[in-house]
Design a protein around this ligand. Structure first.
Ligand code: CUA
Length: 315
């Protein structure tokens, strides 16, 4: 089974992953045996009992209790094994260890945000210590998303106005892919992230460094803007090289004339960019859909200025 997992499944990087793999293979292999067995019997019967002459009469069969009990009880046993096994794993996943480290997860079109106990915030990258249980408390700002880490064999829906949770223990350091597994709009396939599993001391260092979030850094405004661009996943929809994504590119944007879907033209000055961040649908650029989430209340003026300064550098 381990060999099969290595061949067909992503690496198992949480303490529960191989339990799920065993159940996965049990269901698939027993199903395969059943399908092949049934097909073989069908083919055999078709050949053996086919009607061979015009005057052959179909025999009347009244039933066979022994046979009927056998083919009911054997599948029942298989189904009960799958139920019991699944129930055990489900309970294991629902029971969070007391010493779990808690991280708050926010899903938003189209990015993942992570908030840590000391005030640190990260976007797209979930940092966790290796070898320690981590509990994720998750909610969404807009629609239903689903937090999915294939290497951990864990997936959980993330809903607005509700909290769902998930826990895992990842023993090995490394970087593991996060997907959104619930269709949530245009940028769904780009709603990616990474779990960064670090040695406990490296994790503590990272936490301390990021305490207070992006606005407290002493970067130059344009550098801070670039950091926000990556952290808040503006990059999902806005390129900086002129290529067209879900939203207009930022390259050469500042000071340019922008055609709006209303037919009007505006100059992309600071006021226009500021408005487009906090009221994205006020002036939609021609050829684009009004799908940008509202960032009102998420950035202070300092951060918005930093974004504008960054855009200015993209000539
Ligand atoms: Cu979020 Cu799909």
């Amino acid at each position: 089974m381990n060999e099969l997992s290595k061949l067909f499944l992503p690496p198992d990087k949480s303490t529960v992953a191989h339990h799920y793999d065993s159940l996965f293979w049990f269901v698939h292999i027993s199903g395969l045996i059943l399908v092949v067995g049934l097909l073989a019997v069908i083919v055999y019967f078709v050949i053996k009992y086919h009607r061979s002459s015009e005057d052959e009469v179909t025999p009347v069969i009244k039933g066979d209790n022994k046979l009927e009990i056998t083919w009911s009880v054997i599948p029942l046993i298989f189904v009960l094994i799958v139920f019991g096994w699944g129930y055990k794993l489900y309970m294991q996943e629902q029971t969070v260890p007391d010493d779990a480290y808690e991280v708050h997860v926010t899903g938003q079109q189209w990015s993942w945000g992570f908030d840590y106990a000391n005030g640190a915030h990260s976007q797209k990258e979930l940092h966790v210590p290796a070898g320690r249980p981590v509990k994720l408390v998750m909610t969404s700002k807009d629609v239903i998303h689903s937090f999915y880490v294939p290497s951990f064999r864990l997936k959980q829906d993330v809903l607005p106005n509700r909290y769902t949770s998930l826990w895992f223990n990842a023993p090995d350091t490394g970087r593991y892919q996060i997907f959104c597994a619930e269709y949530c709009g245009t940028g769904h396939s780009q709603m990616l992230g990474t779990v960064v599993v670090q040695k406990p001391q490296d994790f503590q260092t990272w936490l301390a460094k990021n305490k207070g979030g992006a606005s407290n850094s002493n970067l130059k405004p344009a550098e801070l803007g670039k950091q926000i661009y990556n952290q808040y996943a503006c990059s999902t929809c806005h390129s900086t090289d002129g290529s067209k994504k879900t939203g207009p590119s930022w390259k050469g944007l500042f000071g340019s004339k922008v055609q709006l879907s209303s037919g009007k033209t505006v100059t992309a000055d600071s006021a226009y960019i500021h408005e487009s961040i906090i009221h994205p649908n006020a002036k939609v650029v021609k050829g684009f859909q009004p799908v940008m989430p509202n960032f009102q209340g998420q950035f202070d003026d300092n951060q918005i200025n930093a974004i504008i300064e960054y855009i200015k550098t993209l000539k």
